[in-house]
Design a binder for this molecule. Structure first.
Ligand SMILES: [Zn+2]
Ligand SMILES: [Zn+2]
Length: 265
């Protein structure tokens, strides 16, 4: 079976709809649940195994929506950074490990998050085999590899370069542009998944990006296709998915992420 990369969730922290928002985008998602977004994370299928990137608070429901055989073979987890919308579902793996897997699962964290993990989850130390990932180092992912590269997000944060035998994909759900070290390593990308948290004004220009900024960054680094993810639509200029499709109608190299979107590697 070919390797694949599936977006489990495609929202920024508040989710779409968010429970406290009645903007046009949240209303659209309430009326049509196919347009709802859970918090951002991804599942890589490679070789005989499955690998999680981030464990968002919606993880349980995201995994329930996947074919059972994929979930029963989760081998390792890589976290981009220690923000709740990316780590909050770690506890959802407890019963998978205790009842099915019966041995700890490898969890790769940002170096600065190892102590935070032990503080937050003292009861899960027998569930995870914790290591710190190292920027620029490649880790095997079945027939592919994953390399954490620095993102610009205020706290220590990685985006992941995933290299398959003949595809290169980068996943940067939380970043404000790309540090030079990272830029130099993201040539010849087939797919660039980029933080596009804001429509209109960027409220947090030091940690996130707007739709327009993500589109131009993708072009700037020469990615063949850019996928806008970590989307939120509740801010200064709310948008529906339909608005966004119209807005991007002349950009055939730009795609709007959706929960369950799958790329064959
Ligand atoms: Zn986030
Ligand atoms: Zn974050």
């Amino acid at each position: 079976m070919p390797a694949s990369f599936t977006l489990l969730g495609t929202s920024a922290g508040p989710g779409v709809p968010s429970y406290f928002c009645d903007c046009c985008g949240c209303r659209e998602a309430r009326e049509n649940p196919a347009l709802a977004r859970t918090r951002s994370g991804a599942l890589v299928r490679s070789g005989d195994g499955f690998h999680l990137i981030d464990t968002p608070p919606d993880l349980r429901q995201q995994l329930v929506n996947q074919p059972l055989q994929s979930i029963l073979a989760i081998e390792q987890i890589f976290l981009t950074h220690w923000h709740y919308d990316h780590f909050g579902g770690l506890g959802e793996l407890e019963y998978y490990v205790k009842l099915h897997r019966k041995q700890p699962i490898k969890l790769f964290l940002p170096p600065s998050a190892v102590a935070s993990f032990h503080d937050a989850f003292p009861d899960l130390t027998d569930v995870f085999d914790v290591s710190a990932w190292v920027f620029g180092q490649s880790y095997p992912l079945g027939d592919c590899s994953v390399t954490p590269l620095p993102a610009a997000h205020g706290i220590e944060t990685a985006g992941f370069l995933i290299t398959a035998p003949d595809k290169r994909l980068a996943y940067f759900p939380d970043t404000a542009g790309l540090p030079e070290f990272t830029r130099q390593r993201l040539g010849s990308l087939d797919w660039f998944f980029c933080d596009a948290t804001f429509t209109g004004d960027n409220w947090f220009p030091n940690s996130h990006m707007s739709i327009d900024e993500a589109v131009s960054l993708g072009r700037d680094i020469g990615a063949a296709s850019t996928v806008l993810t970590h989307l939120s639509i509740h801010y200064s200029h709310s948008m529906t998915v339909r608005d966004l499709q119209d807005y991007l109608a002349d950009s055939p190299d730009v795609f709007i992420a959706y929960d369950g979107m799958e790329i064959v590697l």
